[in-house]
Design a protein around this ligand. Sequence first.
Ligand code: S3P
Ligand code: PEP
Length: 409
Amino acid sequence: MNLLLQTTHSNLKAEIAVTGSKSETNRLLLLQALFPNVSLANTSNSDDSEVMQKALKGNEEIIDIHHAGTAMRFLTAYFAVQEGREVVLTGSARMHERPVKILVEALEQLGAKISYEKEVGYPPIRIRGQKITASKVTLAANVSSQYISALLLIAPKLENGLELVLEGEITSVPYIKMTLALLNDLDVKTSFEGNIIKVFPKQEVETKEMTVESDWSSASYFFSLAALSSQSSISLTSYKETSLQGDSALVDIYKKMGVETQFEGNKITLTKQKDFKFETINLELNNTPDIAQTIVVTCLGLGIGCHLTGLHTLKIKETDRLEALRIELTKLGANITVTNDSLTLIASNNINHNVKIATYNDHRMAMAFAPLALKVPIIIENAEVVSKSYPDFWEDMKKLGFIISETEV
Ligand SMILES: O=C(O)C1=C[C@@H](OP(=O)(O)O)[C@@H](O)[C@H](O)C1
Ligand SMILES: C=C(OP(=O)(O)O)C(=O)O
């Protein structure tokens, strides 16, 4: 499905209930499987959370998690400790290119039995669940924080808890802190000092309802819309001023792009500042990789330049996001260069009309480019990809007055 996005005005006003954080949901679904007296509210309706839920509830031998990176990594750890159960974890063609070796080797250090069905280091993998008593493991921390979160999530149920020694520069740190914070909410004791993380054993937890905060990565598209609007009052519900999600850094980042965020109860309201003086944006995004695409597209729409660094993990996500951005932004007329871990956009006021944006099976390519419809009519190819994290995205865009129609071209 290709969608043509257009608008007749750029004064944006609506209240939108963004779905729950997929990162929090997928952690909590796993914790709920370990501790059944935990209940959940405001969970994500994303495909990634649905496959996670299905995998944990079902009894299949072959489990297909499609494009869901967190599900792949978290379930690898989960099934490694399900004594007597044997499963094959598989996924989409792209998932077969997303590395899991660091996690598999860490689990093997602990005594897990995992083998590769096809290429060494990549899914699909066969996991034979074991009882694990070892409690110390060393692993590289510079490729994906999801390996670390996966180990931390199963740690309280290990007889002797877990000590992780992290090697190299630690990437995507807020996601590790989110995992630890959710464990702490269940009264699991943890520590994170320097490059050592400890989780202490806990076999049972008190009955508790955990409410998932709405997804900040999904909110990024509304920050971008507010920045590119002539006027805006966009309210988003179920957000907190003190968030577990690193992407809440959007509040400070978009202040530099003329968006003011007001917190009121559990709601945020995004307003466009009048007569804002824009400057080139320089950001290090190692802590917030998922909002890089949103930010660079906003900069193009605003006609300002940016230099974004700390992006090495983008190459192994749903697609090589640096390459995808280079190709699609170039189609729009942008002057962009990328390296293995950075991106530079030169300021320009020209954006080509009616460009067809390819989305590379990446939800964030579709959603990050959508706000440009405030500047030029734009076509988003395979727009259904948004369901990986935000199935209602196009409906929510319509609430802001966008005219969205299917197109054959
Ligand atoms: O733990 C998580 O929920 C996530 C961690 C990040 O991945 P990396 O640690 O691989 O950068 C992020 O990009 C992903 O969308 C979700
Ligand atoms: C990278 C992402 O997800 P995952 O790694 O879980 O597939 C994302 O949602 O941007």
